[in-house]
Design a protein around this ligand. Structure first.
Ligand SMILES: Nc1ncnc2c1ncn2[C@@H]1O[C@H](COP(=O)(O)OP(=O)(O)OP(=O)(O)O)[C@@H](O)[C@H]1O
Ligand SMILES: [Mg+2]
Length: 262
């Protein structure tokens, strides 16, 4: 998946300023950056969900030339937040993924997808009664049913995930990022917007750093997660160390409590 020279304007505001982006199948590509830097906007542009200039290609096809059903077969999108206005049951939400992905029959997929996200037996619960983290995992199950096989006719499928672990406890963060890694290991491609730098280092193969609508760095986690770049982008001191016996970086900020200025 590739985005070349992507510009997006929303309202009267220029949000993305000529972003170049490339994600490889078989890899998890993370997008990090401060609030408002344009991560969700970039993910939507890559998904073909908003107008942008420049080109986005998916498996070599310009997405502007693909029909909605062709796009739906090739990539599933987990939005940053999802509002469900009607009193749907969990299995009805997950089944929406099947309908989007044009899979003919359920064949137990709804239950398997729910089991994957550690929600076995939740099929008949009312979505509104679930906790925030449970709702988020139901949404992921919906996207998984859409692109269950990581490849189709030797072509990779894509998972585009906007903050997939934002409201999850640490164990479920590992569950969900493990699912993303497994999808990539089966030949699919994953693009995930992330805030947690340590999880990004642990689970991604490639990282894009977005700031003020532009790419400020890209490469492996060890290339990109440097104190200098993090200081430039986030504006705070983030000491970076290495996980012993690995090349993996980790961030351990010093919490210095200062009284607030009056
Ligand atoms: N419809 C819109 N009209 C005007 N500005 C918008 C619109 N949608 C988004 N923006 C602005 O675009 C910028 C980028 O938004 P985006 O949602 O891509 O940020 P983000 O990097 O995903 O941030 P976060 O980490 O908070 O999710 C923000 O400053 C936001 O206020
Ligand atoms: Mg966002």
């Amino acid at each position: 998946m590739q985005g070349k020279n992507i510009y997006v304007s929303l309202g009267r505001k220029d949000i993305l300023h000529g972003v170049n982006f490339k994600a490889e199948p078989g890899q998890v590509t993370a997008i990090i950056g401060p609030n408002g830097s344009g991560k969700s906007t970039l993910l939507k542009a890559l998904a073909g969900e908003i107008d942008s200039t420049g080109t986005v290609t998916l498996n070599g096809h310009d997405i502007s030339a693909l029909k909605p059903w062709q796009l739906a077969e090739m990539r599933g999108v987990l939005p940053q937040s999802t509002t469900v206005a009607f009193p749907f049951k969990v299995h009805e939400i997950v089944r929406l993924g099947l309908a989007t992905g044009l899979v003919a029959s359920d064949d137990g997929l709804t239950s398997r997808a729910l089991a994957h996200v550690d929600l076995a037996g939740f099929e008949h619960r009312s979505y509104q009664t679930l906790s925030g983290g449970e709702q988020q995992r139901v949404q992921l199950a919906r996207v998984l049913t859409q692109v269950w096989e990581a490849q189709q006719a030797d072509q990779p499928r894509w998972l585009l995930l906007d903050e997939p672990v934002a409201s999850l406890d640490i164990a479920h963060q590992f569950t969900v990022l493990g699912i993303a890694g497994d999808f990539a290991a089966r030949g699919g491609g994953v693009v995930a917007v992330m805030h947690d730098l340590n999880l990004t280092a642990l689970f991604s193969d490639c990282v894009y750093v977005l700031s003020q609508g532009s790419v400020w760095g890209s490469g492996t986690p060890s290339d990109v997660l440097s104190s200098d770049l993090m200081q430039q982008v986030y504006g705070i001191d983030l000491p970076i160390s290495k996980v012993p016996t690995t090349p993996l970086p980790f961030v351990l900020p010093q919490a210095v409590r200062k009284p607030l200025e009056p």
